[in-house]
Write a protein that binds this ligand. Sequence first.
Ligand code: BGC
Length: 598
Amino acid sequence: MKKYLLLPILSIFTVCAFAESAISVSPVRWDEAEAKADALLAQMTDEEKAGQMIQAERRYMKISDITKYCLGSVLSGGGSAPGKNTVDDWRTMIEKMQAAAAKTRLAIPIIYGVDAVHGHNNLAGAVIFPHNSGLGASASTQGTFEAARETARAIRQTGVTWTFAPCLAVARDIRWGRTYESFSEDPQKAAAFGIVSMRGLHDGGAVSSIKHFAGDGGTAFGTSKKTPGFLDQGDTKLSEEEFFRLHLNQYKRAVEDGALNVMASYSSFNGVKMHENRRFLTEILKEEWGFRGFVVSDYAAVEQCSGKNYRDNVILCVNAGIDMLMEPIRWKQAYRSILYGLKKGLIAQERIDDAVRRILTVKYLSGLMDEPIPAFEEIDEAAVREKARKAAEGTFVLLKNEASLLPLKPNISVCILGPAADSVGVLCGGWTIEWLGKTVNPAVGGKTFREAVTQFLEAGGGAVTDHPDEADVILLALGEEPYAEFFGDAADLSLYGDKALKGNRAAVEAARKAGKPTVTVLVAGRPRIVSEEIKSWKAFVMAWLPGSEGADALVNALWGKVPFVGRLPFTWPVSSETSAETESRRSETVLFPYGFGL
Ligand code: BGC
């Protein structure tokens, strides 16, 4: 009996043991790393310490600044890439940066961070995995683990060792522009998938960042101060008990599981910005839960705090528990503010030492101190594309299938309508080459839905026709424009509303007029309102944002080469107005309940 119980545990360790670069987060390794960090810290000047606490953006700094200020970290924001954006360009840039760091008195390497949230999505030629809302629909966490591990390997190949992922957000209102970064509206599911994703990154040798701590997915509609925006970076108004249950517990579990880095959330909790909330960043996260890694602020978030001026805000954030300041542009000012705070006794020496100890500990633990640039490893791109396709195949949710129209037969004639059929960028969504994503040619390989269907039918004796009257079946591919963050906040979630693809209406109309059996595929980061339109569709598939290999994956599912296994990780509302009521849904406000899937 015992023998069988041990098997799953052993298999986890076997996976880890094979990956040479894997980051081990055992208590012993933390102890060793902290001891080394302490020894180094003892030799550091205050200026060197302040430098370690700074993260600048590559576009707003010179490489020599790394030497001059002993910078701790550099990042690429969404879409920020060196040169022609090749693997070599990235490696060369980071090699130069590490050489600049090696010239400092203590030669502490920088840690380079990117938003690799579904593959190494800033890099030209990257393989793009499904976004989290789709992964959360999967029956197992295998695709999530593979996506994370391959992402880690891909960033390491370019010299990068830190990604700002996974997002542990629990999106409670799908009008939020970051819903697709959330695995589920259910905190248990978000925790389970998020932790697997974090493990996959560590297993592949990358430092993860669980974000955004905490409550980013719980903000109240209308509390965002961003333009455009209704929800993003707003205020989460809840009792403390509810806040813990919905938005905090997944972090506690991730900390217990070896989290290395936490990113603070732009959002507020009951009117207080999380970046200045000492109770959560220090008392709960670090003291109560025993988090030993470091906390990084979000991109220029310091500016949003309640201090009198920028300097006050830096001091406020550091005192609240922020260890590293992601201050892309104003980083020199942030650096000076730390030193000012220290000199004037506004920040205690112990707080600075604690912050730097945490940063150095993660640098030791992740192997960065011994190997500032990961050794170059070949990646079998075809194998990774296959993994991305398999991950996507597990995400599709079949929501309607009248008279078992699906799976389709291979030798039929199909007319493809709809704006989501002709863009790989739409399949990938935001955070793909550009921060906001790209509809046209996003440089990530893969096929459009039309290309994949055409190839498949031509090989199987079927045909694609431009004329609906000649078709046996209409494939209607509808979708959302790519977007990110507050740009994706949408008050109107109808198929023709905010962020909907422009051609949706005409395509819906054309399919209705044709009167042929219609299979609709929705390519979107979240449910959209289909209450009326669905009546004239025979079959309906939620495809989420399946990534660069999503079209082939969809073809496999539609033609029955793989089964539909996905289940909704978000409740599907009947109208935009009812999209926030994830907890107390009445049956009349729900089109498909949480967990539904045929
Ligand atoms: C986002 C973070 C991201 C950071 C760095 C911010 O705007 O909120 O999720 O990691 O930018 O690109």
